[in-house]
Design a protein around this ligand. Structure first.
Ligand code: GDP
Ligand code: MG
Length: 839
């Protein structure tokens, strides 16, 4: 190849692979269908190359006029170098092929090349210029006619393969060295007759016997004067001929088979419809078929070309597509490798633009090729591109889904937390529905942004549904958690209330009328026998209050009936367990013994009016003691079993807790302590559940209590007789004998004597007025009172001092500042009690 023309086929009959480069340099490759391929035909040295060079400004080598040496064999191609001819704008991108063969007269060894090049030219060119000397017109046996016969024959072969679409060709006769004596029209007639004769002489393939030459060819004619003899005229005629190389269209067909056209000779129907960028591949394929003596099948060649080119174009457009898409794919892959899904910003817009651009670029270039192949390749490209997009979009949706669900649960959790901090004033259901709406909108916006109009698979309806379903699942899980939290708060409240209320009931056991164990508030009940009735009543009251609150709150979260039912069931069970624990605590050894002692002392040391007793030897201490002790002892069997006075049976615990609701799941039962009689499989009966003190404990308690009571009795007894011990009479004699001196001293001393008389007179007067007894009683009471105050002081010291209490192994006092029922489960002193309204 040089700058002027390119070899299509070299002398070794090899196809020149640089043809496409030449077409690109000449800017023909991008011209689509806007080009024209013209070949020249004729015997050796008939001035073909000369004609082309003059017509199109090409530089094909011409046989030197002096040397008459043959030019190199082969097929050469050049682009028209002229823009205008005789003032007329020539057609764009005219490509001219110069076929150099051997002289027709020496046909023989190279007839083969001639035939092959003719076939090649015919298969590819719109116009075949047939160069012929005027003096040869009419010479039917002339060399040119032999070549034409070949052309017609191969043409018929082509037609056999493709009856429908092989385009017509224009055989344009250029009569050289036209002297002008015989008019062109006469020459024209002679030529047409000769052609018809040739046509009828060739053997036609089956089915085409009746075909006429005009069915396949249009004819054009031009005459040129002698180039050397009439140089100037030759030039101007060539220029006029060049002016005919413009596009034209058919208006009819004359009688002689000469096409009636308007405009130039280049009719659209001659065009082989091979896009310029595929011309090189196409012609190569054709030459390959021809050289290898294969049946030339143009439609197949066109399909092959289309496949080749469409694939090539597809690759090209995919490169551009890759450039846009690969970074996104990599970003996504990177993120998922790190385990965190990423929502790529503006993915929908970027990707759909890349897709659109890719398809449009493909369409512009590839749609010029074979329609069937094109549409197939287009589909292939689309599925390739959409496959990539699909994966990317699915990743995107999955990421948006994941991010959405995470954002949703986080937002709900945060709002709930904030609400709890602000004092529990939040509506769970409202938070969930607001957050769900917000999250769904964001997700839907992302999904919608991926939609491409008219592309079915970008309509992610099911993904939207899936997302909403997942949000519902998450919110149901969050709601469950919320119910659990609510339950925990309510349970804590129940526990704290039970601690107070049950503690109070037990305290009443030891509370006397002003006795040291009496609580500040609360009246001693009329009877101790209804202790369990009172506890049960208080308990059911607290639980039912808690149940109401729980149900109300749970309903406000949109909890289902079944969830509420399960929650209430759990609450009742936990409440019962809490009550059992509280009772257990109350009847702990030290605690209960203290209560019994207080109860006993209350009965023993105070009379029915609540006045403390002052023991006198005459009092029936033993009787009162026995009565009080027996009365307190009756408490032990009462305490040892949870039994109601009203129906003389244990409360209906099974009825209270109720049947296990069907909605209970495995997780709901995990943290529940078994309850005897309710959970039958636990092997503990209701009887056992209701037993507060075991038989052993009971007996032990009786023994211990009796000891304690005995101690109190002994103390009382001692105080009654302590001041009344009899003094023997000889003690008075001894006192008189030993103290005689002192007596005399007092009697002799007037001051002492007067004091003695005053004291004796006072005593006599008191005795005389019967005031001696009450005075003595008063004195005795004052001493007792002093003792009591001292004991009280000691007790307070013991109660308030941990070390002292530990030393005595004594439980804390129920009504002291640091009492058990106001301590929380970690032993910390509670500062404020929880209100059910805050829950
Ligand atoms: N008589 C005559 N000779 C010509 C004409 N044009 C070219 N020639 C000569 O014919 C010879 C062969 O020309 P060439 O263009 O190489 O013929 P080709 O082999 O058909 O390509 C050259 O020596 C030209 O000078 C013409 O119009 N009339
Ligand atoms: Mg030549």
């Amino acid at each position: 190849m040089n700058g002027h023309f390119s070899a299509v086929i070299d002398e070794e009959k090899e196809f020149n692979r640089n043809l496409n480069d030449y077409l690109q340099t000449m800017h023909v490759a991008e011209a689509g269908f806007n080009y024209h391929l013209i070949s020249v035909f004729g015997s050796q040295s008939t001035g073909k190359s000369t004609l082309l060079n003059h017509l199109f400004g090409t530089t094909f080598s011409v046989m030197s006029e002096t040397e008459r040496r043959q030019t190199t064999k082969g097929i050469w191609l050049s682009k028209n170098k002229r823009e205008t001819s005789a003032g007329t704008q020539m057609a764009d991108n005219i490509l001219v092929m110069d076929v150099e063969g051997t002289d027709g007269r020496e046909r023989g060894e190279d007839q083969d090349f001639e035939r092959k090049s003719a076939l090649f030219a015919l298969a590819t060119s719109e116009v075949l210029l047939v160069n012929i000397w005027e003096h040869q017109v009419g010479l039917y046996q002339g060399a040119n006619m032999g070549l034409l016969k070949t052309v017609f024959e191969v043409n018929l072969q082509l037609f056999l393969k493709d009856k429908n679409s092989t385009p017509r060709s224009l055989l344009f006769f250029v009569i050289r060295d036209h002297i002008g004596v015989t008019p062109l029209s006469a020459l024209q007639n002679t030529l047409v007759q000769d052609l018809t004769k040739i046509w009828s002489s060739i053997s036609k393939p089956e089915g085409l016997e009746q075909s006429r030459i005009e069915d396949y060819f249009d004819f054009g004619f031009a005459a040129l004067p002698h180039k050397i003899l009439q140089g100037e005229k030759f030039e101007s005629e060539v220029a006029l001929l060049g002016a005919r190389f413009t596009t034209g269209h058919r208006v009819g067909k004359g009688d002689d088979g000469v096409a009636e056209t308007e405009g130039g000779i280049l009719l659209p129907e001659y065009h082989r419809r091979i896009p310029a960028d595929g011309l090189s591949v196409y012609t190569e394929g054709i030459w390959d078929q021809i050289v290898n003596n294969k049946d030339l099948d143009l439609p197949t060649q066109q399909e092959l070309l289309a496949q080749f080119r469409c694939d090539e174009i597809s690759r090209e457009v995919l490169v551009a597509f890759d450039l846009l898409l690969t970074p996104l794919e990599e970003q996504q892959a990177q993120a998922s490798k790190l385990g965190k899904a990423i929502v790529l910003p503006d993915l929908g817009a970027t990707a759909s633009q890349a897709r659109e651009k890719c398809f449009r670029a493909f369409e512009v270039q590839a749609s010029r090729y074979h329609k069937g192949v094109y549409s197939r390749k287009k589909q292939e490209l689309e599925s390739k591109v959409d496959g990539r997009l699909k994966a990317l979009y699915q990743g995107q949706i999955a990421a948006a889904h994941k991010a959405g669900v995470a954002a949703f649960s986080e937002a709900v959790a945060n709002k709930v937390k904030a609400g709890q901090k602000a004092g529990g004033a939040y509506e769970f259901a409202e938070i969930v529905s607001n957050e769900k709406k917000k999250t769904t909108e964001i997700f839907k916006a992302e999904v919608d942004s991926l939609a491409i109009e008219g592309v079915e698979w970008t309509n992610f309806v099911s993904q939207n549904q899936l997302f909403e379903t997942e949000l519902d699942e998450v919110s149901s899980k969050l709601r469950k958690d919320e119910i659990r939290r609510l339950a925990t708060r309510v349970e804590r409240w129940v526990k704290s209330r039970l601690g107070d209320a049950v503690g109070l009931e037990f305290n009443k056991l030891g509370s006397g009328r002003g006795g040291s164990g009496a609580p500040e508030e609360g009246q001693k009940p009329a009877t101790e026998k209804d202790l369990w009735d009172r506890i049960w009543k208080v308990f059911t009251g607290i639980v039912s209050e808690a149940e109401t609150r729980f149900a109300d709150r749970a309903k406000s979260f949109d909890a289902s009936d079944s969830e509420v039912e399960v929650g209430l069931w759990r609450l009742r069970r936990k409440s019962w367990t809490a009550l059992r624990e509280k009772i257990e605590e109350e009847v702990m050894e030290g605690n209960i013994l203290l209560k019994l002692r207080e109860n006993f002392e209350d009965k023993f040391r105070y009379d029915d009016a609540g006045v403390p007793r002052i023991w006198r030897p005459t009092d029936d201490i033993e009787g009162i003691y026995t009565k009080a002790r027996e009365s307190t002892l009756t408490l032990i069997p009462l305490l040892s079993k949870f039994k109601l006075l009203s129906n003389n049976a244990s409360p209906d615990l099974i009825g209270f807790i109720g049947v296990q609701p069907s909605g209970v799941e495995a997780g709901d039962e995990e943290d529940l302590a078994p309850i005897g009689g309710v959970d039958e499989e636990e092997g503990k009966s209701l009887e056992e559940e209701m037993t507060v003190l075991s038989e052993n404990k009971r007996q032990d308690l009786v023994v211990r209590f009796k000891k304690t009571a005995d101690g109190v009795y002994v103390e009382a007894k001692r105080s009654a007789i302590g001041g009344m011990t009899q003094v023997p009479w000889y003690f008075y004699v001894l006192l008189l004998v030993l103290g005689w001196n002192e007596i005399w001293m007092v009697l002799r001393n007037p001051l002492m004597f007067i004091l003695l008389i005053l004291l004796g007179g006072g005593t006599y007067t008191a005795w005389y007025l019967n005031l001696l007894g009450p005075m003595m009683q008063m004195g005795n009471a004052a001493v007792n009172q002093g003792m009591d105050i001292a004991k009280q002081q000691l007790r307070e010291f013991v109660a308030n001092s941990d070390t002292a209490r530990q030393a005595l192994a004594m439980p804390a006092r129920q009504d002291s500042d640091i009492s058990m029922d106001t301590l929380d489960n970690r032993g910390k002193k509670k500062t404020e009690s929880e209100s059910l309204e805050d829950i």
